[in-house]
Ligand binder design. Sequence first.
Ligand code: AMP
Length: 281
Amino acid sequence: MQTINTAKSLSEQCRQWHKEGLTIALVPTMGYYHAGHASLMDKARTLADKVVVSLFVNPTQFGPNEDYASYPRDIDRDTKIAAEHGADLLFAPEPSELYAPNASTWVEVPEMGSLLCGVTRPIHFRGVCTVCTKLFMLTQADYAVFGNKDWQQQAILRRMVRDLFYPVQIVGVPIVRAEDGLALSSRNVYLTEEERRQAPEIFRGLDYARQLVSQGETKASVLRDAVLRRWAAKLPLGRLDYLQVIDSENLTQLDQITVPASMACAVQMGKARLIDNIRLN
Ligand code: AMP
């Protein structure tokens, strides 16, 4: 596996591969790898001839009071994991490599980006769309692999790619969870012992809603109340940001489960803001 730090070298290497008739799968990440990231790399390996993993803590998707500076980083360990999971190229640029001092162009999906996480993180998805655009342009990847954990991110990127005819196919990968159900996240390292003990309740709550749907419940307010009651008893350290029943594709809030629907949430636990989602039907 080669490691590349400049946009120019990344672009040249990917061009060369395409000239040779090889396909490319891209896995965008912010690093501090866990089994969720590894499953994205494994999926990419099955899709294309060459796997490019990008490791970049993207400053423009963090708000002023968020954890950009303290976001966990371990490039040596990440380099090993990416190589073990079949990456051909690790792209690990400095921010100045992707953002010129007077960079002033943004890509945005404003409506979808203002829902759910966008309420408390108003610039987040603009940063995500912009950095993914840069990565798609530099690599000209045939496939880009994203985790279902960040469901809103994936839905927004699918919309961006469709609307602007980006020549890349977005591929989603199931959420990888700890044995007790907690969705793996680089931010789980922020949890205290007691917070970590309670955190699986987030998934158990969502899964309870899914069970209610499988037993015939279709009203979003009933599902939401059932989960909130459960969390009030079992997740006292969690502070709710949002819990919504949504149309899985366009992310709008649903009153009734009539179309493919998901339940999505964000819960603040101490220093960690945890997100999760489940498909309900
Ligand atoms: P991040 O490094 O947290 O920005 O995540 C990079 C990619 O890994 C995104 O596409 C995430 O959705 C995906 N990802 C993160 N955690 C998980 C997980 N537990 N299961 C599956 N994919 C994940």
